[in-house]
Design a protein around this ligand. Structure first.
Ligand code: KG4
Length: 333
């Protein structure tokens, strides 16, 4: 089954062609990062306009790169929530027009379910059930993946997402947007014990998290140093920060997997590209005797192949949308 899939929830426009879920024929991605970097963050209006400008060409290019014709397509899948509403609308409307003009089914896909499905592409042997930590720019959640389409959030951030926290830290340090990878890079030469940073604990909800206190602590350290004209050890601040984020995520995930009786742990989303988090998970999973699944960097960030993969399983579960499909800024899993 050939699916054209579309992703436009934030600042990447992507169109992929996948076969039977897990085989990626092509994944065309246009990153808008350069358009937003001058503003230090994503400007929703600019994001929507840029999606409109490139989406048709990307789709044409995807069909050519896959070596197929439009008539070979069996369905179109689209990431319809959550995301920047104007941006998501562009993808949803484009997908509707593809479905209508080719007379093929339209499959709505939750963006975070797509991130989780990136693991199916990277690891052909992976099947539910398993526990997945989904960490991206807008979401941080622990998901009990009971089946391909049957998922339950067991823990989540109460405020900022982990990625947002990386981006704010980068911003206050004057690093370019998107900042996560720059913080990651700097932290490699820093001392992760130099700065003492807070770790959140939410009374009565051991699997929920909070990152806003950590973010504020970093901002205060930077501002204090500026006000006192003191030199800041940026590398060590990045390393201490990355350690604090990782220590919020990794032990919680391992403890929850133990509680749920899972020996399979997956990680997904843009922040899963972080080297400290990957390494800490590797060590912790090995100690726990659990199998660990983290996609390669190319499948951690937003892409359309993951939407096509999840779209396939949604299709098998009978999920379809009509031409009244809407886009949503927020949506439960
Ligand atoms: O999944 P994603 O591409 O978009 C969303 O769906 O949100 O995630 C983007 C987030 C950004 O916050 C970005 O700074 C972060 O992932 N990120 C990283 C790294 N690479 C990307 N954060 C930490 N370390 C990295 N190496």
């Amino acid at each position: 089954m050939l699916i054209m899939s579309i992703e436009s929830t934030c600042d990447e426009t992507a169109v992929a062609i996948t076969e039977n879920g897990r085989k990626v024929l092509t994944d065309q991605i246009f990153s808008q990062a350069d358009l937003h970097s001058v503003y230090g963050g994503v400007v929703p209006e600019i994001a929507s306009r840029s999606h409109v400008e490139v989406i048709s060409q990307l789709a044409e290019r995807a069909v050519a790169a896959a070596g197929i014709t439009k008539k070979d397509l069996d369905a179109v899948a689209v990431s319809y929530a959550p995301g920047l509403i104007g941006a998501v609308l562009v993808g949803v409307n484009f997908a509707k027009s593809v479905a209508l003009s080719l007379g093929i089914p339209l499959i709505p896909v939750h963006h975070i379910k797509g991130h989780i499905a990136a693991n199916y592409i990277a690891f052909p042997e992976l099947e539910p059930p398993f526990l997945c930590l989904a960490i991206s720019g807008g979401n941080t959640m622990l998901v009990d993946v009971r089946g391909y389409t049957d998922m339950k959030i067991v823990g989540a951030t109460r405020d900022d997402a982990a990625g947002e926290c990386f981006d704010k830290t980068a911003r206050v340090l004057g690093l370019p947007y998107p900042g996560g990878k720059h913080v990651d890079e700097l932290s490699k030469t820093g001392n992760d014990k130099k700065y003492t940073l807070p770790h959140s604990h939410i009374e009565g909800s051991p699997y929920d998290m909070s990152f806003s206190g950590l973010k504020t602590a970093v901002v205060n350290i930077v501002h204090n140093a500026e006000q006192k004209n003191e030199a800041l050890d940026r590398e060590s601040l990045c390393a201490s920060f990355s350690r604090a984020v990782s220590e919020s995520l990794v032990p919680r995930t391992i403890a929850l997997s133990r509680e749920l009786g899972y020996k399979k742990i997956a990680v997904a989303g843009g922040v899963a590209a972080n080297s400290r988090i990957r390494e800490d998970f590797r060590i912790a999973a090995e100690k726990e005797g659990a199998e660990l699944f983290i996609p390669p960097l190319s499948l951690c960030g937003d892409n359309a192949a993951m939407i096509g993969c999840q779209g396939y399983y949604e299709y098998l579960a009978g999920i379809r949308a009509g031409s009244d499909l809407n886009a949503y800024a927020n949506m439960e899993l």
